[in-house]
Write a protein that binds this ligand. Structure first.
Ligand code: F6R
Length: 245
């Protein structure tokens, strides 16, 4: 794993954007894996700014998001489809028909999960996957204990994750209890991975990722077995790593 340490959230977002823009320019038909949550918001803002200023084009790009809550419609402001439209897709020249996110508003989420896995495969797989990390080590919504072989599936969200995400909802009760997520096996098939880590609340997770054992109890640890992972971490996230190493 290649680690790039940066000063703060702003610098992490700038570096991540530069990384993505370079890939998009080199491969105009890139299959790009995207994440939601607080971490990549700055990255998406930089991509929009660059698109407006330098006209970097996303016309030929296809995107696949990691996950979606079950039970929220695309129009629900807390759905990840809404987030992606609002934070990125509406402001760049991407063809909306080429932006894929699992649909959590279906009668048969199991069928949707299998179809999503096939969809990624049929497009030739993901070239570059952007990831954030949960404080419990989750990637996508793959909570501790998830098989490293897992493909896109349905998950019961842990209390830790629901509490962490409650900040986006009116109350903890409003946070859905289930989601569809790419599996760890799905994520590991990406040709390249860019993991963003920001803030002191992630410092324990970052430390465990670097120094802990590879174990299904800490999903992100699987990334040590991937041949092309780059981590961009800010100083606050690195506080334990730097003190304890
Ligand atoms: C989001 C996702 C999650 C987040 C993680 C960190 O699509 O799959 O794994 O990356 O929960 O979330 P934030 O960035 O809000 O701290």
């Amino acid at each position: 794993m290649k680690i790039i340490e940066v000063k703060d959230y702003q610098e992490m977002s700038q570096k991540a954007a530069a990384y993505v823009i370079e890939k998009v320019q080199k491969s105009p038909r890139l299959n790009l894996g995207l994440a939601t949550g607080g971490t990549p918001v700055g990255l998406y803002q930089h991509l929009i700014n660059d698109h407006q200023k330098n006209q970097t084009s996303y016309e030929g790009i296809t995107t696949f998001n990691l996950d979606e809550y079950i039970g929220l419609s695309a129009g629900d402001p807390n759905s990840y489809r809404y987030y992606m439209n609002d934070k990125l897709f509406n402001y760049i020249d991407i063809n909306q028909a080429n932006t894929f996110i699992p649909n959590g508003d279906v009668n048969d989420p199991q069928k949707e999960a299998s179809a999503y896995e096939k969809l990624i495969e049929n497009h030739g797989g993901i070239d570059l996957q952007i990831l954030g990390i949960g404080s419990n080590g989750h990637i996508g919504f793959n909570e501790p204990g998830t098989s490293f072989q897992s493909t896109t599936h349905i998950v019961d969200l842990t209390e830790t994750t629901r509490k962490a995400n409650a900040r986006f909802f009116d109350s903890l009760e409003a946070v859905p209890k289930r989601a569809i997520t790419m599996g760890i096996g799905t994520i590991m098939k990406s040709k390249e991975i860019l993991l963003l880590i920001s803030g002191e609340s992630k410092s324990e997770a970052f430390y465990k990722l670097l120094h802990g054992e590879v174990s299904e109890n800490f999903p992100a640890s699987v990334l040590k077995q991937h041949p092309a992972v780059t981590i961009i971490a800010d100083q606050a996230a690195s506080i334990k790593v730097n003190v304890l190493q």
